[in-house]
Ligand binder design. Structure first.
Ligand SMILES: [Zn+2]
Length: 413
């Protein structure tokens, strides 16, 4: 039995709708809208803790026992498929909307009983406290949502539809934390930097970026060190998205200056490398990415940037060796396979490029596209006898998998 909890929070979960929900299989989906509405880590953690409460108490599993199991599993696979699709097309708004719609469809099926909600609140508070967060964050956030909900009219966020913030519920939570000592908790500055980034990613149309810029400018007027750092970072990222790379560099310098004497954030480093890569300053990007991967050995973003910088700097042999290593260590990362394909393409190795793309599609759950890539790889003029044998074996595997998947789908109907 797998009790792991996987948090689906990527650049691609951009949906301005305020929502979070637990899914079958221990997944918890968080919309970017929630991240922006939460004003502290404790507030965000309180919603997550509540959803983890549903998972920990096996509310979904118990519901599945009562409902048709097949329809639930099918729903879960649709959601995961949609997420994979969104991450593939990146900024495609239509796909993102579809995902939002699918999430809503799932959530309607996952309407928990009032008892289950109360239990999730109780367990969630315990989780929140054990995690070292400020438990009053739950009351503060829910209280603010409650007063805001009066202004929503017909556009009540889905989270509030499934989690009505009745006075009774808030009083219940308040009673639970009454005996606890107030726990002051300083947020990691990265939390606010991530929110600035999400604000831009959520709507990266030119109008969306201008709106975010206006917001950051207004925040600057608060004139606290933290606000200056976060707003300058937001403005730097906005300039980067607008391809004003020199301006982005200058603003990032100002954000960094305002962050002293705090520990330098990895988000500054990430943006710095992205700017260098965009400016085609391969050598400089490589130097910084190499230093960053030593400073932040666990960061996956830095690992990807390092590989990208190697390719940009035309160190393709090193890039391929590094990425093949990474592919062994991180077998489920689509980005590693995509970068490997890019490195092979830079080397002019067509068969290997399409074999890597096939693996990328497999990881995204798209077997037909993977088989198509294998077909292209087989016909590549540089496909060696050895490559052909690998392609044949992989193709047999995938066709077998595909057949099983089709059987399962039919069995469900
Ligand atoms: Zn709930």
């Amino acid at each position: 039995m797998n009790h792991g909890i996987l948090l689906l929070l990527t650049d691609h979960a951009r949906d301005p709708v305020l929502n979070a929900f637990a899914l079958p299989g221990g997944f918890i989906a968080v919309h970017s809208g929630l991240l922006l509405a939460a004003q502290s880590e404790s507030e965000l953690a309180s919603v997550l803790a509540h959803e983890i409460g549903h998972v920990a108490q096996r509310h979904i599993a118990r519901m599945i026992g009562q409902q048709k199991q097949n329809s639930m599993i099918q729903l879960a696979s649709i959601v995961l498929g949609a997420l994979a699709g969104v991450s593939r097309v990146g900024g495609d708004a239509a796909m993102a909307t579809m995902m939002g719609g699918t999430g809503l469809a799932i959530q309607r099926q996952l309407n928990f009983s009032r008892d289950a909600e109360r239990e999730a609140d109780r367990v969630g508070l315990q989780i929140l406290r054990d995690g070292g967060f400020d438990t009053s964050g739950m009351v503060a956030f829910f209280g603010r949502l409650q007063s805001a909900s009066r202004g929503f009219g017909d556009a009540v966020p889905p989270y509030l539809l499934t989690h009505p913030l009745t006075t009774e519920r808030i009083a219940d939570i308040q009673a639970r934390i009454r005996d606890q000592r107030y726990k002051q908790r300083a947020d990691n500055p990265d939390f606010q930097l991530i929110r600035a980034r999400v604000r831009l990613l959520q709507n990266n149309t030119s109008q969306g970026i201008r709106d975010a810029q206006a917001y950051f400018e207004s925040q600057l007027r608060q004139n606290t060190k933290m606000q200056i750092m976060v707003s300058k970072y937001g403005l730097a990222y906005a300039a980067y998205l607008q391809r004003s790379y020199d301006k982005a560099e200058g603003l990032l310098q100002e954000a960094r200056a305002a962050s002293q004497p705090m520990v330098p954030s990895i988000l500054f480093t990430n943006l710095d490398i992205d700017i260098k890569l965009a400016k085609k300053q391969g050598a400089q990007a490589l130097k910084e990415a190499d230093a960053a991967r030593k400073q932040f050995p666990l960061s996956r973003v830095v690992a990807h940037q390092y590989a990208d910088a190697l390719i940009e700097g035309q160190r393709n042999d090193v890039a391929v060796a590094y990425l093949r290593d990474q592919a062994q260590l991180y077998r489920h990362e689509v980005a590693v396979q995509d970068l490997l394909a890019k490195a092979y393409a830079a080397q002019g190795k067509q068969a290997l490029q399409h074999m890597a793309l096939a693996e990328s599609y497999v990881l995204q759950g798209s077997l037909p596209a993977a088989l198509e890539q294998l077909g292209i790889a087989r016909k590549a003029p540089d496909a060696t006898f050895y490559d052909q044998a690998m392609i044949d074996a992989r193709e047999r595997d995938l066709k077998e998998q595909w057949k099983d998947e089709m059987k399962e789908t039919k069995g469900r109907g």
